[in-house]
Write a protein that binds this ligand. Sequence first.
Ligand code: ADP
Ligand code: ADP
Length: 231
Amino acid sequence: EKQFNLKNITKVYPDHSGGTTALKNATLNFKTGEFIAILGKSGSGKSTLLNMLSGIDRPTSGEIIYDNRPLHSLTESALTAWRGKNIGIIFQFFQLIPTLTILENIILPMDLCSSYPTGNRKNIALDLLNQVEIGEHANKLPVDLSGGQQQRAAIARALANNPPFIVADEPTGNLDTYNANKVVELFRKMTDDGKTIIMVTHDTELAKLTDRIITIEDGIITSDLTSRCIN
Ligand code: ADP
Ligand code: ADP
């Protein structure tokens, strides 16, 4: 069971007038199999928090410990390799590569991480596409899929290297209610398979469908509530 701990994380973006403190002394622990919402208004520091968690950006101070190892001890290339194997990332605007088919979009992260023998990757990718119910669209280009289908493809891509943690930045922000619920349903299934989902949202109703709601206001974690009996 992999633990993910943030200890007193502060992030200051420098500017010409003292800087913007986007995150102030955030301390959080994530466990395997949790479905977590990070709830906050625009500009409250949600994306900054996700960037710290995924090692896309580094904190100004504080420590991030993953599986008993401090992330700041990793070089830039080691951090990239770590992210590839341990964190799946889902964006609001899908960010599929438009010139690759859906199947090729899923195989690409496997190629980058060499996580499976070359000959197995296509079948693993097809299996993931079936799990998110778009197997029949494998050979289409992203532009030929609906928004909801593209986001499901992006979820399959995030699962490509079987990472224990998935971080999703407003994954339903560009979807209608039907497709937003479909995404949450898939996340729920993934947590049942032992994945940890950390989902950023400003939608309170959506947050209520998770196990734990962390509220952030002006860079400060103001509450951290478990909304179901998950033990
Ligand atoms: P949210 O995701 O909740 O909308 P962000 O984490 O994007 O919030 O932003 C938090 C604060 O940090 C905001 O005041 C924003 O303007 C500022 N900020 C975010 N990214 C940068 C950056 N790269 N450079 C400077 N300021 C930034
Ligand atoms: P596919 O099987 O091609 O992935 P979907 O899973 O998107 O298709 O759709 C499954 C069913 O849900 C279809 O009957 C479709 O009409 C319906 N549906 C799809 N998108 C929406 C939506 N935005 N609102 C309501 N119903 C939808």
